[in-house]
Structures are given as C-alpha cells and as structure tokens.
Write a protein that binds this ligand. Sequence first.
Ligand SMILES: [Cu+2]
Length: 176
Amino acid sequence: MENRRSGKIMTKDHFYLVFIILLLIGIPLGIRAYDHSLKPQNLPPDTKEFTLTGNSQKGWILGEVQAYDILSVFKKEEGQTDPVLKVTKGDQVVLKLRSSDVTHGFAMKAFGIYISKGIDPGQTIYVKFKADKTGTFMFACTVFCGDIHHSMKGSLIVSEVVSEAVSEVIPEVVTQ
Ligand SMILES: [Cu+2]
C-alpha cells in the first residue's frame, strides 16, 4: 500500500517535471518561430543581415542584447565606437531592429527609412532595402530616449563591387 502510494506520487511529480521541461523548451522555440514568421520572406541567400539593439545608455549595439547583459552596462563608454555596417553595392540588406530598454526609433534618410511607430522592447522590426549606391550613410534614433539620444548613431558603408581578382599563387623558391 505504502509503496503504491509513493509510486503514484512519483508519477505525478514526473508529469509536472515533464510539463515544466516542455514549457521551458517550448517558450524559446515559440519565440524563435514567431520571430522567424516576422522575417521578410523570399530573401536572396546572400542577404546581409544585421541586428541593431537600441539601448538608452549605450546607443546602438550591434547584435542581440539580452536583458541580463544590460545589467552590467552603464553609460556609453569613453571610446566606444558607433556600429559600422559594411556591405557591397547591390547587396540586399536586412536590419533587425530591437530595443533592450525603452522605445527607440530608427531612421536612415539616404535609403528613405523612417520607423515612425518606434521600436518597443520585445518587438522586432525588420527593415529591408537594397544598397544601391555607394558611400557612408548615417542612421540614428528618432525617438527621444535619454541623455545620449543625440549621439545614438551609426553608419552604413556601401562599397563598390570589386571584381574578384585572380590571385596567382607564386610558389616560394627556396635557394640553398
Ligand atoms: Cu534611442
């Protein structure tokens, strides 16, 4: 009797354990799937994708920033460089815009990009455009987000296509 009871409890515990594990696995997978569903479709395989995460202390950070990364982040550090995105003329570019704290905005005039609604924390906004002209183009935050708002900038460098030079391997001659 005693054994059977504890056996039953074990099964119940196992059930909850499995349930919790499924939940822990399911939530990130669900977020990823949702994220994926928002992504612009039919992009050429050589699309240049960049993630820019806005932070009211650091400005634009290149890449994904998790909430716990921010805990150790304070003011924009001395010498911290603004992100520079490098692409080649003709590239299809996708910017994945995120925020790690407050609502930010995004604009890159040269390509007619202006996110009027803002980028809220937890939201992902995809911007797709073709880098059809060469040069250095600035992008900035358009929603007042704090002290460093005005220096919340970055740039996109679009360089000319360099035809692939056939590099001949010159054999090294060792004379003795
Ligand atoms: Cu901002």
